[in-house]
Design a protein around this ligand. Sequence first.
Ligand SMILES: NC(=O)C1=CN([C@@H]2O[C@H](COP(=O)(O)OP(=O)(O)OC[C@H]3O[C@@H](n4cnc5c(N)ncnc54)[C@H](OP(=O)(O)O)[C@@H]3O)[C@@H](O)[C@H]2O)C=CC1
Ligand SMILES: O=C(O)[C@@H]1CCC=N1
Length: 270
Amino acid sequence: MKPTHISIIGGGNLGVAIAEGLISSHYIAPSNITITRRNVDKLSKMSEKGVLVTHDNLKAASRGDLIILAVKPYQIKDIMEEILPVLSAEQHIIASVVTGVTLADMRSIIGHDIPAFRVMPNTAIAIRESMTCIASNNAKTGQEQMMVELFKQLGDAVMIDEQLMSASTVLGACGIAYAMRFIRAATQGGIEIGFSSEVSQKIAMQTVKGAASLLLETGNHPEYEIDRVTTPKGCTIAGLNEMEHQGFSSSLIKGIQTSYGQIADIAKEF
Ligand SMILES: NC(=O)C1=CN([C@@H]2O[C@H](COP(=O)(O)OP(=O)(O)OC[C@H]3O[C@@H](n4cnc5c(N)ncnc54)[C@H](OP(=O)(O)O)[C@@H]3O)[C@@H](O)[C@H]2O)C=CC1
Ligand SMILES: O=C(O)[C@@H]1CCC=N1
């Protein structure tokens, strides 16, 4: 089971990233992807790649069997109301990547029969390296599996309980920004100890990639791998302990909690 046409409503940062990932995965032909936004001029790169571009959400919705809503939280209600006349429980799956908007919120507009999903990817979906969390509670047989298989083409994907959707937003989607800030800060440190900014960033990027790959490929715990680096009386443990004295882990945990708390405010925009 596979969607025949995917329509992405909201061709912004994430909507375009999803389309780019789909194109490079060859999961579906570009001519079977539609992407919409009001300012279609900004989607010219998508048109060049063979994706159908339009400002007409109704046309996009009737064309697609999987409709991905990738607009801002305060815009999704109007969009669902707009496309509702062409939606059918037999043809369509509606998937929202919108932060803080629940399946119950979606059902309050589209009703109970149309299969609805919440999907939380991150912008690495553009290069097929997203971690995508997915939730649904009215999917038909095979649809959950189809969604997981689709998003596994674009990185890794898991079904989660909807209660954890906000947590997945923070850890996975916002997490890209947190990891970027680590790389930026490490780069700045590298410049201070002698590297040019280009070389410093290259070392920081490849080191983070290597660290993540070590954990992914071995299944080891981060502290096990840290133990392998920290020579007794060495420079790693000295630096690591100073970072902890300055609140490294604590600031990350507190940032994650603050980000999580913010989702309640975003949810009020629906
Ligand atoms: N960015 C990220 O990393 C992530 C974002 N999300 C969620 O994804 C959603 C989108 O985020 P993001 O891509 O960053 O936001 P953007 O603002 O970049 O994209 C939203 C897009 O929706 C388009 N849009 C607005 N109104 C309409 C309409 N009536 N019809 C068609 N398109 C419309 C806008 O274009 P125009 O004004 O031209 O119509 C815009 O390009 C948000 O709800 C966010 O919470 C989730 C995970 C990660
Ligand atoms: O910052 C935000 O609100 C959105 C949701 C996750 C990533 N970007």
